[in-house]
Design a protein around this ligand. Sequence first.
Ligand SMILES: Nc1ncnc2c1ncn2[C@@H]1O[C@H](COP(=O)(O)OP(=O)(O)OP(=O)(O)O)[C@@H](O)[C@H]1O
Length: 268
Amino acid sequence: MIRISEKEGTAVVADAKREIVIDTKALNLWYGQDQALKNISLQMSEKQVTAIIGPSGCGKSTYIKTLNRMVEMNPLVRINGQILFKQRDIFHRNYSVEELRTQVGMVFQKPNPFPKSIYENVAYGPRIHGIRKKKLLDEIVERSLKNAALWDEVKDRLNENAYGLSGGQQQRLCIARTLSIEPEVILMDEPTSALDPISTLKIEELVQELKKDYTIVIVTHNMQQAARVSDQTAFFLNGEVVEFNDTVTLFSNPNDQRTEDYITGRFG
Ligand SMILES: Nc1ncnc2c1ncn2[C@@H]1O[C@H](COP(=O)(O)OP(=O)(O)OP(=O)(O)O)[C@@H](O)[C@H]1O
């Protein structure tokens, strides 16, 4: 059952039966003097896919990079408001960034494997977390590659360099790398924008599989993609959330004229 309520001017959608995994409350963010996020309030439920859509420069990437605190690598960034991950404030000094990034993994726009073997790309994270036993690492590598729908294509060439894979395979390898440390949330920042249509379709199918086990947030420029893969969609404009609703409703019966203009291609 989807519950829709109004909170601080922003619609929030929550599935009453599911745990809220990410709860963003009145989040504001500035790059120096320029405000990039304005009073963002969004809730994301477990094992749901949330799409973030909106025109270029509206704050999609900034928002998703705030969820694992990557945005703060920029010293100009100033933030107020709250983001709770399973009710814990991610900005609290007792919550280390390393711990957060173990729980909230990220896949980027361009596939960015390490210049290492396919095996080492996936084993890297678990090794950093102290796993040394070869048998256990082998199991993790196999499981992660299977869950990223890549195992069958690479099982006979695990020791070859990851750069020898196609772009789509590299992106699935990056997803396997993210899965290897067993996060709860996977952030995807335009994960298919550098890929061909067939590789894009594979990633979209993979997202549908992964949501059985993970909470997923995906930034996309592609509205058809948002409609295909997500359960709920947030439409951002000029750093604000104009509308947040279950995906079918947002695309078929938007509440706000600006959403309608965007999804019908009148701007952006
Ligand atoms: N490192 C930065 N320093 C200063 N301003 C930035 C920086 N990164 C982004 N911005 C500004 O913040 C705003 C939001 O940018 P952001 O990249 O989050 O938008 P976006 O919706 O992801 O855009 P796109 O779809 O083009 O990737 C823009 O006005 C942008 O110019």
